[in-house]
Design a protein around this ligand. Structure first.
Ligand code: KG4
Ligand code: ZN
Length: 390
């Protein structure tokens, strides 16, 4: 198929985990960004149950596509230049649903198909703009040329300088990424988690405390009322020379502390499964808040130690943040403070909704791929890649 350039308006789909997400984007602008959340379905499992996720995506995908088109107004398929879809990383059965729908639309309407790495989406979510092209900050010769709205052009712009150091913190990934060139998509992962991701640790600790799923937001809320120095959990990888992270030891420390608290410190009398299987721990509310605050202090501290190291090594020109854990206000505050001495600014997505999974970020990443003319050559052959790296 010969692709008609330029590609500007994209219908993007993401079904990598537990959100059925469809967006219409125009360059970096979001025209619509629809989510059908499955949180209620997965709450009873305390995590995402893949076959349930697939079933729910199948049920909702058509409706979410229709809704995204409707909200983008005046748009019918004639105005869509390309279809984009997340092909990894993510849950295989969930990814499959989005890919099938994207293929169907690309074939029916004769549009090029762009396969997007979910992590590239999180990485570029900082560049998202609303439908008026705001915020207009961040421009560069290393960005595709953008036809901005008059209002956007009038706003002052800041030039993107390289390298950029990004922290990607989600439920599946904790990575430090250096971006050398946006237009060329030249990324280098310089640090990653060796076990659990930061968001996964939030979710597991929330499950131990019977706080529900997903755990990040609720732990952040409870932590505000807690004493962060009450429990002295060890800071993971603090002495390690690499830029890697590890959070499973912290999770275990929290678990043993809960066991100790439940059993008057006689740790061996409480079987481990008592906590993991979800028998409601009998802890008073203040203790739960103190545990949440102490846990969060250590997570943030361990992220900051490695960012500090990476800044000294890479000497980046700016710091970007993406992924669900980035929605955490305390993390953002502390990150801003930590990078101030280096005279660095933190760039983040403009809306809280753009940290967690969404399809708008996939549309924006797809626009960059379209500039590189990276289209799926044989639509039928596109397959999911659940373990895809950046
Ligand atoms: O990026 P995301 O939506 O999905 C993945 O790609 O994994 O991230 C979801 C993760 C969950 O683990 C959730 O607990 C965490 O982000 N999260 C938070 C907050 N909001 C969501 N973690 C800490 N504080 C928050 N406010
Ligand atoms: Zn994600």
């Amino acid at each position: 198929m010969t692709v008609k350039l330029p590609i500007n308006t994209i219908l993007a789909i993401d079904t990598s985990c537990d959100e059925t997400a469809v967006a219409i984007t125009n360059q970096r602008r979001i025209l619509s960004n629809i989510l059908a959340s499955q949180v209620e379905i997965h709450r009873k499992y305390g995590g995402v149950f893949p076959t349930e996720a697939k079933r729910a995506h199948q049920e909702k995908i058509n409706h979410v596509v229709e809704e995204a088109m409707k909200r983008a107004r005046e748009i019918d398929f004639d105005f869509i230049d390309a279809v984009a879809v997340t092909y990894g990383p993510g849950l295989a059965p969930a990814l499959e649903v989005g890919i099938r729908k994207a293929k169907e639309l690309a074939k029916e309407f004769n549009k090029p198909l762009i396969a997007v790495n979910h992590l590239e989406g999180h990485l570029l979510s900082t560049l998202a703009q609303n439908s008026k092209g705001e915020p207009a900050i961040l421009h560069s010769s290393s960005l595709p040329a953008q036809a901005g709205s008059p209002k956007a052009r009038a706003t002052s712009q800041e030039e993107i300088k390289f390298p950029i150091l990004s922290l990607l913190v989600s439920g599946g990934h904790t990575e430090l990424v250096v971006t050398h060139d946006l237009l060329k998509g030249k990324y280098e992962v310089i640090g990653r988690t060796r076990d659990d991701a930061a968001g996964e640790a939030y979710d597991k600790v929330a499950r131990m405390l019977k706080l529900g799923y997903p755990g990040g937001e609720i732990i952040e809320k409870l932590a505000k009322k807690g004493d962060a120095d009450k429990f002295n959990f060890p800071i993971p990888m603090a002495q390690d020379q690499s830029l890697d992270f590890s959070f499973s030891g912290l999770k275990t420390s929290v678990m043993y502390t809960i066991k100790g608290l439940l059993n008057g410190n006689a740790l061996h009398h409480v079987p481990m499964k008592t906590i993991q299987s979800g028998d409601s721990p009998v802890l008073d509310r203040q203790t739960i808040c103190d545990l949440a605050a102490s846990f969060q202090r250590v997570i943030i501290k361990s992220l900051l130690i490695k960012i500090n190291k990476a800044i000294q090594l890479i000497k980046p020109k700016s710091i970007w943040l993406g992924g669900g854990v980035g929605a955490n206000l305390k993390l953002r505050q502390e990150l801003r403070n930590a990078i101030k001495p280096y005279d660095l600014r933190l760039y983040t997505p403009y809306s809280q909704r753009l940290y967690t999974d969404n399809a708008a970020m996939i549309g924006i990443a797809a626009w960059f791929k379209a500039q590189r003319e990276e289209f799926v050559e044989d639509i039928e052959s596109l397959d999911r890649l659940p373990g895809l790296d950046l």
